[in-house]
Design a protein around this ligand. Structure first.
Ligand code: ADP
Ligand code: MG
Length: 391
């Protein structure tokens, strides 16, 4: 260990000890920094010993943050240890962030998609609210539902709203956070996750599911374990008769492991379509609500934004608002947002939906999965919108 490294370690350790009684969070941070400084200072001769010390400090930090999370985190050959310390902290932080019940979003915040909301209401929300009624008719809450569809059309939004409407514990898991590069760590995360889910009626939401439930034929050996473990957990749900729903969302349904899509796992798939005209109108209205607007022709705007996702419409509104605001700064004159402002913003907002549908159809055909995702082929985007014709 170098002299300078040792001093940094000692400095953080002293701070950590001072803070331990008064501010556990800060103390934990100092222990992590000390562990990181230790790993930064490792030399060939003392590697094992230093790693052991760093692990002890890491454990100490974890104990201060959350008593149950102590386990060694530093491994040999790590020239990326600084990042690893950071990653571990973010994993812990993200977990606690997402393990919260109420997020505030409800169906009222989602424009249009009425049919879908009704379906979700019957399939998901009511079984959570009235388990007895559903048992009476031989049905039960829970199971797995895979939502798929183009990006920016409300999958994440719907999952959040669903949990709030169902008043269930909502565990929002981004695949990229759950998946750890430590061998075995991802499995441990999954373990903890399902243990937590068993405590009360829960919706686990796997966002960006394509990066988690990948087809095993194309993945690394330790990723195969992961899908297998997820399968075991899902298969276990039925037998334990628990109120647990697994929702997953993906823009790339074709890359999900077929075993995960089979009956009883994600047996049921739900296509989240691009917003239709009525929905586009509601989405535009939602995003301009409480903004200074004047005589907006929502019907016309909804008509000419065929092919725009909810996210595209949101960004269109933001652009219009920004341009009027910028203008007001220059002219020092507050004016209201008009249909024309939105039309100008539309020209600057491109949609990726057409491209997505083309790619999705190609991918699904290539794998012979047409029957699993029929909605992709039923959906028609108008070839030319009125605005494109007149432009
Ligand atoms: N139906 C909708 N109503 C209102 N806003 C929407 C709708 N669909 C998408 N949006 C907007 O687009 C953003 C992205 O949507 P999101 O749910 O993250 O899409 P996805 O998960 O399907 O990629 C949302 O945060 C929201 O602002
Ligand atoms: Mg999303």
């Amino acid at each position: 260990m170098t002299m300078c490294g040792k001093e940094t370690v000692m400095l953080h350790l002293e701070l950590a000890k001072e803070l331990e009684d008064t501010n556990k969070v800060e103390a934990a941070k100092e222990y992590l920094l000390a562990a990181q400084a230790l790993m930064d200072s490792v030399t060939k001769g003392d590697q094992e010993q230093v790693e052991m010390m760093a692990n002890k400090l890491y454990d100490k930090a974890m104990l201060l943050q959350q008593p149950q999370q102590a386990s060694p985190k530093f491994q040999s050959q790590s020239n990326e240890h600084a990042i690893q310390v950071q990653q571990q902290t973010t994993i812990t932080q993200t977990k606690t962030q997402h393990y919260s019940k109420k997020k505030g979003i409800t169906f009222a915040d989602i424009g249009g998609l009425e049919e879908l909301k009704n379906e979700i209401n019957f399939k998901i929300i009511e079984p959570f609210r009235n388990p007895d009624l559903f048992t009476y008719y031989g049905k039960k809450a829970g199971g797995g539902i895979l939502m798929y569809g183009p990006p920016g059309c409300g999958k994440t939004l719907i999952a959040k709203a669903t949990a709030n409407e169902a008043d269930a514990q909502f565990l929002h898991i981004k695949a990229s956070t759950l998946k750890s590069k430590y061998v075995g760590e991802t499995e441990k995360n999954i373990d903890e996750l399902f243990a937590k889910a068993r405590e009360e009626p829960t919706i686990i939401f796997f966002d960006e599911f394509e990066s988690l439930g990948q087809d095993r034929t194309n993945s690394m050996p330790h990723e195969k374990n992961f899908v297998a473990q997820l399968l075991t957990e899902i298969d276990g749900i039925e037998s334990k008769d628990q109120q647990l729903l697994i929702l997953a969302a993906t823009n790339e349904p074709w890359s999900i492991d077929p075993a995960l899509r089979r009956e009883g796992r994600f047996g049921s798939t739900l296509f989240i379509p691009p917003p239709d005209q009525e929905s586009r109108k509601s989405i535009l209205e939602l995003h301009l609500k409480n903004k200074p607007t004047k005589d907006i022709n929502y019907d016309y705007l909804a008509e000419i934004t065929e092919g725009y996702s909810g996210a595209d419409l949101k960004s269109l509104c933001e652009k219009a608002i920004d341009s009027v605001l910028q203008e007001s700064i220059t002219t020092k004159n507050r004016r209201q947002i008009t249909t024309d402002d939105l039309l100008r913003a539309k020209v600057k907002t491109k949609s990726v939906l057409k491209e997505w549908f083309k790619k999705a159809r190609d991918q699904v055909k290539m794998r012979g999965l047409e029957e699993s995702f029929p909605e992709l082929f039923e959906y028609k985007l108008a070839k030319k919108t009125i605005a494109q014709v007149s432009a």
